[in-house]
Design a protein around this ligand. Structure first.
Ligand SMILES: [Zn+2]
Length: 241
């Protein structure tokens, strides 16, 4: 059975659509950034799906705001025993108070925060917030150097930044690519997928058939990687069409 898929942009929100043999339209909004995915009955076309999404836009926006607020607040006490993610694995936080240089280390299944007793929760959070982009900065270069010759496209420059709703973005004219710092919490396969996705956009700006064909050629398992990146749904609602 063939599955058709599309990527629509509805009022600035990117939406992945999969057409299936189903009766109702399903809209899911996924953590952590509020990615929107739709399963639509085959008899609908992109324009009808877009219209349905526009009608449900207030609900979609509420879910996204809720997820983004939860993401900002979750796991923010910085105490021993908390769960924190790095490279797709869950680590238990261990806070070690001692003198000297504050730093973060991965040790087995532990994420160890070496701090001084006077360091506030805010400072501990800032320490970990700085650790993620540093890890990502180390990990990113391998992917563009691997994929540039395969894809015949050049990344002139890349940077890391905090983004609320996107995993990556790019400037097609300059060849500059930006990565969401949250990728340091995801599996390395996800980072590689975003690198290839953004590099493919240097060849094709849209998400239409040409883009999908490029992605299928370069990275046949990109859909599985994308799904892994987008996690399980937190909110899910079903409407009859
Ligand atoms: Zn894209």
């Amino acid at each position: 059975m063939s599955t058709a898929s599309a990527y629509l942009t509805v009022r600035g929100i990117g939406v992945d659509v999969v057409y299936k043999d189903i009766k109702n339209l399903h809209i899911g909004v996924y953590p952590p950034v509020g990615r929107v995915r739709v399963a639509a009955p085959r008899q609908l076309d992109d324009e009808q799906v877009r219209l349905a999404l526009v009608q449900r836009l207030p609900w979609i926006k509420r879910q996204r705001e809720r997820l983004q607020a939860a993401e900002r607040q979750s796991g923010r006490e910085m105490v021993t025993g908390e769960s924190h993610y790095a490279w797709g694995s869950c680590y238990r936080l261990r806070v070690v108070e001692r003198g000297g240089h504050s730093h973060v280390e991965l040790d087995g299944d532990r994420l160890v925060l070496y701090v001084s007793a006077e360091d506030s929760t805010e400072r501990r959070r800032a320490l970990l917030d700085r650790w993620y982009p540093t890890r990502l900065r180390e990990a990113v270069p391998a992917a563009p150097s691997k994929w540039q010759p395969k894809m015949g496209v050049q990344v002139s420059r890349w940077s890391i930044r905090r983004m609320k709703t996107k995993w990556g973005s790019r400037n097609r004219e300059t060849g500059h690519i930006w990565f969401n710092v949250e990728l340091a919490k995801k599996h390395p396969d996800s980072l590689e997928y975003i690198v290839v996705h953004e590099m493919a956009h240097l060849l094709e700006p849209g998400h239409g058939r040409r883009f999908t064909t490029l992605m299928d050629g370069f990275m046949p398992d990109w859909r599985a990687r994308r799904d892994q990146l987008n996690d399980a749904p937190l909110a899910h609602e079903v409407w009859a069409v």
